[in-house]
Write a protein that binds this ligand. Structure first.
Ligand code: FAD
Length: 305
């Protein structure tokens, strides 16, 4: 029968990265650090911390990445956006990241402060688009810079070619990795990858995966981001709105199927939108052959939560 590369004995281990958001409350902070404590021993390539809409989490993002630097030996990537800030303000954030020991920035434009889907207006005196921000970061220091990519195109882009021009501009400005918006249909990713390569863009385009447990929430996200939700996926969660236990099992099966297929088709790096939850992501990583080892500094403050 066909040889399945996804069997971990038959291929090189997959590299993973985990995305978190900065916690708002003490309880959310506990959840986050319990998740970091659980996922750290899997040796992710890096862990990233998002920057709230409109720059709303500036201090909390900084505090979270600074704590990752202080208390773990994980490599943090701090997200940063252009919206609602002057260049001076953004440059200040970049320098502060550098001083905190952060060497990797995920550079984004951000969504309009007036809400996703409303018209974007660059801030006067600010960085207008992600490509400008990438260039600004590179002027300030020798940071590794990752950027976004949209297999189903960014909702504001006229067409996929315009979108590829934007990605090319970000690469020309110094980005060395793109992380994709989440998608549920792997063919969408591979078709996009072909177009990216045909455009002469050769940086890694790391698939960003959202393991879905709360389907209503995910459909909402998807609608806002332009990611399409296939009918077969809706069907799989049909009738489970009040059955979180079964939803969780279905979610694991769906995610397992998606990552197994990606890896079988040659993907070597996967970025997980964890939503600060470890369980499902941990299980998927286990399936991919990753095993915890004790060499990563444990997070001493975290007991069982
Ligand atoms: P860009 O790559 O700058 O492109 C955005 C749009 O602007 C595109 O439609 C493009 O065609 C257009 N455009 C670009 N350059 C020009 C130009 N010169 N002239 C005219 N139009 C142009 N949001 C947050 O607020 N915080 C986060 O931490 C965050 N993390 C993210 C992580 C990932 C991996 C992804 C995929 C998205 C993330 N986002 C985050 C969401 C992101 O900010 C939004 O999708 C935003 O709408 C676009 O940002 P961008 O960096 O992709 O923009």
């Amino acid at each position: 029968g066909p040889v399945r590369a996804s069997r971990e004995t038959e291929r090189a281990p997959v590299r993973v990265s985990f995305e978190f958001f900065p916690p708002k409350t003490e309880e959310m902070e506990k959840t986050l650090w319990a998740s970091i404590g659980r996922l750290a021993p899997l040796h992710p390539d890096f862990v990233s911390v998002t920057y709230g809409a409109g720059g709303s989490t500036r201090e909390r993002t900084h505090a979270t990445v600074a704590r990752i630097v202080r208390e773990t030996d994980l490599a943090p990537a701090a997200h940063l956006t252009c919206v609602n800030a002057t260049r001076e303000e953004v440059d200040g954030v970049i320098r502060a990241y550098g001083e905190a020991g952060v060497k990797h920035i995920v550079a984004l434009r951000g969504d309009p402060p007036t809400g996703v889907g409303t018209r974007y207006e660059p801030t006067a005196g600010g960085y207008a688009y992600a490509a400008d921000l990438v260039a600004g970061i590179k002027r300030i220091g020798d940071f590794e810079v990752s950027v976004s990519a949209y297999p189903e195109k960014h909702p504001e882009s006229g067409d996929i070619d315009a979108d590829l021009d934007v990605l090319k501009a970000k690469v020309d400005a110094g980005a060395t990795r793109a992380i994709t918006q989440f998608f549920f249909e792997n063919d969408v990713y591979f078709r996009y990858l072909d177009k990216v390569r045909a455009r002469g863009i050769d940086i890694p385009i790391v698939p960003g995966l959202l393991p879905v447990t709360n389907f209503k929430q995910a459909s909402n996200f998807a609608t806002r981001t332009g990611a399409s939700v296939p009918a077969w996926l809706l069907k799989r969660f049909e009738g489970l709105d009040d059955d979180p236990e079964t939803r969780k099992l279905i979610a694991a099966a769906v995610a397992a199927e998606q990552v197994t297929d990606l890896v079988d088709r040659g993907v070597t790096d996967i970025h997980f939108y964890t939503l600060n939850r470890a369980d499902l992501v941990y299980a998927i990583c286990h399936l991919l052959g990753l095993r915890p080892t004790a060499s990563v500094a444990a997070v001493p403050q975290v007991v069982a939560v």
